[in-house]
Design a protein around this ligand. Structure first.
Ligand SMILES: Nc1ncnc2c1ncn2[C@@H]1O[C@H](COP(=O)(O)OP(=O)(O)OP(=O)(O)O)[C@@H](O)[C@H]1O
Ligand SMILES: [Mg+2]
Length: 234
């Protein structure tokens, strides 16, 4: 579904992504790496917020390189950004409605989509009329994922969704991701919390200094010496 080949990205004269090749099919894929590895830059390149210097990015056979972000979202890719970007003084349901408002097909199915999101995150239905900014950190993270789902994505990209959440909430959120995957949505998950991330993904890429250092299945990553030492504290 998503195929990225030999991607190079620079900010000014500094190259931060180097010859990066990866793909996402009907599955959950992880990007694991430390601060500054280039995870957000990769995500921003996919959704047209950063323009690569060279390489290919294809989604369902179509190049994303010359498209604007809104067009890419319309094609079926939705992102939960690293900082959530909710509208704090709007209610939960208003935030959700914004998620489908820019895409005709999703807008026409807003009530259906709301039911879908409420089924996965019942707390959002309970708190539908609460201001988003007064929700707890974990609830806001669920709302950010719910809002991304309102756009009817076939690929959901999450940029470090576990940051700032206590372990039990991370477990809860990641269990929801597993449910979302069974609903036919592919997932690309960027994480530093490799231990939790490995529970959700089918395959993963370890990203260091803008390149792939390991590419493997979740099971093999769990047993990889470098992963154990650098990311699992074993
Ligand atoms: N707009 C920018 N201008 C210049 N350099 C940037 C810009 N955005 C990111 N960088 C640099 O690119 C590199 C990769 O950053 P990026 O944010 O993609 O990493 P990351 O893996 O998402 O890190 P984190 O886990 O901390 O979010 C870093 O060295 C960063 O300083
Ligand atoms: Mg980042």
């Amino acid at each position: 579904m998503l195929e990225v080949k030999n991607l190079n990205v620079s900010y000014g004269r500094i190259q931060v992504i180097k010859d990066f090749t990866f793909s996402v099919g009907n599955e959950a894929v992880g990007f694991f790496g430390p601060n500054g590895a280039g995870k957000t830059t990769l995500i921003n390149s996919i959704i047209g917020l950063v323009r690569p210097t060279s390489g290919e990015i294809n989604f369902e056979g179509q190049s994303l390189l010359d498209r604007e972000t809104y067009q890419i979202v319309r094609m079926g890719i939705s992102v939960v950004p690293q900082d959530g970007e909710l509208f704090p003084i709007m209610t939960v349901i208003e935030n959700l409605r914004i998620g489908s408002s820019y895409i005709k097909e999703a807008r026409e199915k807003t009530s259906e989509r709301l039911e879908f999101v409420f089924k996965i995150f019942p707390i959002l239905k309970e708190r539908a009329f609460q201001l988003a900014g007064t929700m707890s950190g974990g609830q806001q993270r669920m709302l950010a994922v719910g809002r991304a789902l309102m756009a009817m994505p076939r690929l959901l990209i999450l940029d470090e969704p576990s940051v700032g959440l206590q372990p039990s909430l991370v477990t809860e959120l990641f269990e929801k991701l597993a449910v979302i995957k069974t609903e036919g949505v592919s997932i690309l998950l960027s994480e530093q919390n490799v231990k939790q991330g490995l529970k959700v993904i089918d395959r993963g890429y370890v990203v260091e200094n803008g390149t792939v250092v390991i590419e493997s299945t979740a099971d093999d990553l769990k047993n990889n010496e470098h992963v154990k030492r650098s990311y699992l504290g074993l």
